[in-house]
Design a protein around this ligand. Structure first.
Ligand code: PNS
Length: 163
C-alpha cells in the first residue's frame, strides 16, 4: 500500500520554503497532497481557489511529481480520515513554529488518529514566510528567490490592482 502525506497550510501564497518541505516529505512517503485550508485567525490576500491554483502552478513550474494540490474546506482531521492519509507533515523554521503547532498536532491526532510529522526546512529558506513575502511585494516589483515565478507574477498583479 502506498503512503500519502498531507502538507496542510494557508499557502497565501505558497513559497519556496513550503515547496522545500513538500520535497523533503517525498523522501519518506510515496505521495504528497498540498492541502490548502482556511485558518480562521487569518485574513487572506488570495481566496482559497486562487491559493489552490497558484500552488498547482508552482508544483508544475518546479516539475514536482507525486504531488497534488487540493482544497481542504472543512476540518483537516475529517479530510485525513476520508482520504486515508498516512501522515500530516508540517515544516518547522525554528522553535517558535513548534509552539503554535503543538496543540494542532495533538488535536488532529485525537480527532483522526494520524500523527503529525515535523520536518526541519532548509536553513537557507528559514526566513521566508508568506506574510513577509506579501509585505515585500506590496511595496513594489518584488524580489527574487522567495516564491516561484508564477507566484511572484500573481503577487505583482494583486498589488498593482490595489489589494
Ligand atoms: O499556514 P497556516 O495558516 O499556519 O495553516 C494553518 C492550517 C490552515 C493548517 C489550520 O488552520 C487548519 O488545519 N485549518 C483547517 C481547519 C481545521 O482543521 N482546524 C482545526 C485545527 S486543530
Amino acid at each position: 500500500m502506498s503512503s500519502l502525506a498531507v502538507c496542510p497550510g494557508s499557502y497565501d501564497p505558497i513559497t519556496l520554503g513550503h515547496l522545500d518541505i513538500v520535497r523533503r516529505a517525498l523522501t519518506f512517503v510515496d505521495g504528497v497532497v498540498i492541502g490548502v485550508a482556511n485558518n480562521p485567525a487569518k485574513k487572506y490576500l488570495f481566496p482559497l481557489e486562487q491559493r489552490v491554483a497558484l500552488a498547482r502552478a508552482a508544483v508544475a513550474e518546479l516539475g514536482l511529481s507525486a504531488v497534488t494540490v487540493e482544497p481542504v474546506e472543512g476540518l483537516l482531521a475529517d479530510y485525513v480520515r476520508e482520504r486515508g492519509i498516512t501522515a500530516i507533515v508540517k515544516g518547522l523554521r525554528g522553535s517558535a513554529d513548534l509552539d503554535g503547532e503543538q496543540a494542532m498536532a495533538l488535536l488532529n491526532r485525537q480527532m483522526c488518529g494520524v500523527e503529525t510529522v515535523f520536518v526541519m526546512g532548509d536553513q537557507s529558506l528559514s526566513h521566508i514566510a508568506s506574510s513577509y513575502v506579501k509585505e515585500i511585494f506590496s511595496h513594489g516589483a518584488g524580489y527574487p528567490g522567495l516564491v516561484p515565478q508564477v507566484v511572484a507574477q500573481a503577487l505583482v498583479e494583486a498589488y498593482e490592482g490595489g489589494s
